[in-house]
Design a protein around this ligand. Structure first.
Ligand code: G6P
Length: 460
C-alpha cells in the first residue's frame, strides 16, 4: 500500500481542544498539542483523546479540520490514571526522579483500564491499514493492546518526555508490563538518542528482547524500530506571526509598560517542578542582592502556566515560587516598578510571541526536559536576529541549540554567572549565535519531525 493511502490516526491523552467548565472549547496546554496539531490538520487525520473533563461525553466533534474522538474518563480515573499514575508516578520517575513517585496498585489498575479504553476506541474508528500514532507516557500499554485488536494497522509511539535509565526505570513495580506494551508498536520514537538507548537497555534486561542491529529490537517474533526523533515547532508560522505589525506594536508596548528597562529577562513555563523556575528566580534575586544586576535596568517577566493543579507536588511548587517572587519583589521593587512580573496565567500565542520578542534574555533552565519547545519558540520569534538564550544542559533542545549559553541549573554559581554573561553580551556575539540557531531551526521544523517518524512507520 502506498504511504499516502494510509490514513493517520493520532492518539494522545489530550485532544487538541479541551472543554472548559462553561462548556466552551479552548486549546489544550502543552507542547505536544501545539506541535502535533498542524500535522494532523495537514493530513486531515483523526485524533483520539480526552477532553479534560471529569465524566465527559463521547460524542465525535469536528473542529479545526479534523475529527476528534473523545475518550470518556471518569472522575475516579482522573484521580488515579491521570493525576495518580501518569503524573504522580511516571512523570517524576521519568524526569530523573526529582520528586518521589507514588507506587499504588489501584492507580496502576486505573491506568490499565484507561489504556484499554483508548485501544478499543482506536480499533473502532481506525480505517483499514491506518497508521496509528500513539503519544506519550500516559498511553504506553496502547501499542500492545491495539495490536491484539487490529493486526492490519501500523502502530507508532512517541515519547515527548525523557525515558529514564534502567537504574531508575526498574523501580517501577509494573516495569515489564510497560516495556511489553511498548513492544507492541512497529516504531518507538524518543526525543534523544539517550532515551532510545535507555529503552533498549530496559527491553533487553527486563524482557528477553534482543537487539538485532542498531535501532532494531526483536521480541516475540516481531521486529520493532527504536530511534530518536527530536520534535520541533511550526517555524514558518512563528516567524510569520512574529514579523507582523501587530506583534511589533505590542512588543514596543510591553517594553514601555515594563518601564523601558535596559534588559528584559524572560521565563515561560508550565508551573512544573521539573522546570527549575525557583532556582532561576533565586539566581536573579541573588544577583540583585549582590548588585551585579540593577532593579532600575533589569526586570524579569515570569509566565507560569497553570497545570495539574489537583496534584499536591504542583500545589507545593506554586506556593514555593510565589513566596520567592514575593520575597525578591519585597526587597528590590520600587513603587510602580516590580522587579519580577509574575503571571500565573496561560497566555494566547498572540500575546506570547510579542513577549518573546520583547525578551532580551530568555531563561530556560529545567532540571530535566524531553525537548523544551519554549526554547525553540523564542529563537523562531526572534526574527530581528537578536536575543540571548540561556538553556539548561538537561533539555533535549540543548542537543540542537549549541549556540545558546548552556548551563547546569543545579549549579547556583554557574546559573548566576551565565545570567550575567547573557545580560552583558555584546550584540557582536549575540547576533551570530542567534543566527546560527535560527538557521538550524529552519531546517528542522515540526513537519520534518512528523515526516521522518511517519516515513519509518509507514515503511516498517
Ligand atoms: C507535557 C506532556 C504532554 C502534556 C503537557 C501538558 O508536554 O508531554 O503530554 O499534555 O505536558 O500537561 P497536561 O497534564 O496538562 O496534559
Amino acid at each position: 500500500m502506498a504511504p499516502t493511502e494510509r490514513p493517520l490516526v493520532v492518539a494522545a491523552n489530550r485532544l487538541p481542544l479541551a472543554r472548559a467548565e462553561d462548556g466552551s472549547w479552548t486549546t489544550s496546554p502543552g507542547g505536544l498539542v501545539r506541535a502535533l496539531l498542524p500535522t494532523v490538520q495537514e493530513t486531515k487525520g483523526s485524533w483520539v483523546g480526552w477532553t479534560g473533563e471529569r465524566d465527559g461525553q463521547a460524542e465525535v466533534v469536528h473542529a479545526d479540520g479534523i475529527d476528534l474522538y473523545p475518550v470518556p474518563i471518569t472522575s475516579d480515573e482522573v484521580d488515579r490514571y491521570y493525576e495518580g499514575f501518569s503524573n504522580g508516578t511516571l512523570w517524576p520517575l521519568y524526569h530523573d526522579a526529582i520528586r518521589e513517585s507514588n507506587y499504588r496498585s489501584d492507580e496502576w489498575d486505573s491506568y490499565v483500564d484507561v489504556n484499554q479504553r483508548f485501544a478499543i476506541q482506536i480499533a473502532n474508528i481506525a480505517p483499514p491499514h491506518a497508521a496509528v500514532w500513539v503519544h506519550d507516557y500516559h498511553l504506553q500499554l496502547v501499542p500492545g493492546l491495539l495490536r491484539e485488536l487490529r493486526n492490519d494497522v501500523r502502530i507508532g509511539w512517541f515519547n515527548h518526555i525523557p525515558f529514564p535509565p534502567l537504574e531508575l526505570f526498574q523501580r517501577l513495580p509494573w516495569r515489564s508490563e510497560i516495556i511489553k506494551g511498548l513492544l507492541g508498536a512497529d516504531v518507538l520514537g524518543f526525543q534523544r538518542r539517550q532515551g532510545a538507548h535507555n529503552f533498549m537497555s530496559a527491553a533487553q534486561n527486563l524482557l528477553d528482547a534482543t537487539e538485532l542491529d542498531e535501532g532494531l529490537v526483536h521480541y516475540e517474533g516481531r521486529n520493532v524500530n527504536v530511534g530518536a526523533y527530536p520534535i520541533s515547532i511550526d517555524v514558518e508560522d512563528f516567524e510569520l506571526q512574529a514579523s507582523g505589525r501587530a506583534t511589533r506594536q505590542r512588543t514596543a508596548q510591553i517594553r514601555s509598560r515594563l518601564g523601558d528597562p535596559e534588559v528584559i529577562l524572560l521565563g515561560v513555563d508550565r508551573l512544573d517542578y521539573t522546570k527549575g523556575i525557583g532556582n532561576r528566580l533565586q539566581a536573579f534575586g541573588e544577583l540583585l542582592d549582590q548588585g551585579r544586576l540593577d532593579p532600575e535596568r533589569h526586570v524579569l517577566v515570569q509566565v507560569a502556566t497553570p497545570t495539574r493543579e489537583g496534584v499536591e507536588q504542583y500545589q507545593d511548587e506554586r506556593r514555593e515560587i510565589e513566596q520567592i517572587v514575593g520575597e525578591i519583589n519585597g526587597r528590590h521593587s520600587r513603587l510602580g516598578f516590580p522587579v519580577i512580573h509574575y503571571l500565573y496565567q496561560s497566555l494566547p500565542l498572540d500575546e506570547l510571541i510579542p513577549l518573546y520578542r520583547a525578551g532580551d534574555v530568555m531563561l530556560v533552565t529545567p532540571f530535566r526536559d524531553g525537548m523544551n519547545l519554549v526554547a525553540k519558540e523564542y529563537v523562531a520569534a526572534h526574527v530581528d536576529g537578536d536575543g540571548v538564550l540561556v538553556l539548561s544542559e538537561f533539555t533535549g533542545a540543548a542537543d540542537e541549540l549549541g549556540e545558546a549559553l548552556l548551563v547546569n541549573p543545579h549549579d547556583d554559581h554557574a546559573l548566576q554567572n551565565t545570567i550575567v554573561r547573557a545580560v552583558e553580551m555584546h550584540r557582536h556575539e549575540r547576533r551570530p549565535r542567534m543566527e546560527a540557531m535560527r538557521k538550524r531551526l529552519e531546517t528542522s521544523t515540526v513537519s520534518d519531525w512528523a515526516k521522518s517518524f511517519l516515513d519509518v512507520l509507514i515503511d516498517s
